[in-house]
Write a protein that binds this ligand. Sequence first.
Ligand code: ADP
Ligand code: TRP
Length: 319
Amino acid sequence: MKKVIVSGIQPTGELHIGNYLGAVKNWIDLQNDPAYDCFFFIADWHSMTIDYEPSEKQRQIKNLVADLLALGVDPNKAHIYVQSSVTATAELAWIFNTLTPMSELEKMTQYKDKSARNAENINTGLFAYPVLQAADILINKAELVPVGEDQVQHVEITRVIAKKFNNKFGKLFPEPHALLTKVPRVMSLTEPTKKMSKSHGPKTCIFISDAPDEIYAKIRKAVTDEAGIQNLLDLVELFDESGLTTAHLKKDFAVGELKNVELKDTLAELIANTFATFRERRQKITDREIKEVLMHGHEHAAKIAAHTMRAVRELVGLE
Ligand code: ADP
Ligand code: TRP
């Protein structure tokens, strides 16, 4: 039996190199491994927990799917779908709500951060966010969840919920684990002790769709205190497939001969080259292709969800 892998990403803005190195690059590697059955989805329900513009949402969803396809997430190897198209997930989330202690949700770092940043809209959805995430994962009976470090706590609470369900109603769900990459936390360009995040503004991130001149300009302005230099050197290592550039820069750095501008321009060149194919492919993706991919992904995911939900309803006494 193949192991099931599930991960999602919110349609809230452009993908940045933190999303890529922390999560999406891993999705691409994992889908190519025949040991796994991969489900990757657009978490549109999760994205409603923060204020948003309804007339923008469909465009954001389509853009994100197009970005994933252009990066190499492959509909022939993974099931790609929109979260809200599998409505049974909301039913499972409701059942999980009745099992999840509020005290567990109160511990969530993301909830604390987001409610501090959005004090005027601390809604119940933001609080119950990890319960919906547990439903996304467990409705597919996933064992592995490839995400960045900030999501590890949500995978831990998923295990708590799976255990509670299994103990109370009968064993149905696996207890999933997070799968991290070598770089589970890419740092911000302007505040290198904080994680790179689109919610901290465009100057702090490099978006995968940035044109080469934007990449150079942003990196030229990156902070170069000790943490900043370390971040830039780490990034060079990650984007330098051959390892040759890294060896050369590290040698110069060790003897104090590495100029910041050389480090920055080298990194900018590596990043611009890494996403050259992406930029080309991205332009060719049509709305029709996106629609077809999502329709196929939906069909499969909805079938699996229906199967899980029949067992759930029986176990909890609803059927
Ligand atoms: P953001 O914080 O920019 O809004 P998301 O919450 O949409 O990003 O995250 C999508 C995926 O990318 C998640 O798996 C998350 O853990 C990962 N991720 C986000 N930021 C980083 C980062 N700076 N380093 C590594 N992984 C990250
Ligand atoms: N909360 C995740 C994020 O912000 C997105 C997400 C929703 C997710 N459901 C999931 C990730 C299930 C992995 C598995 O990045």
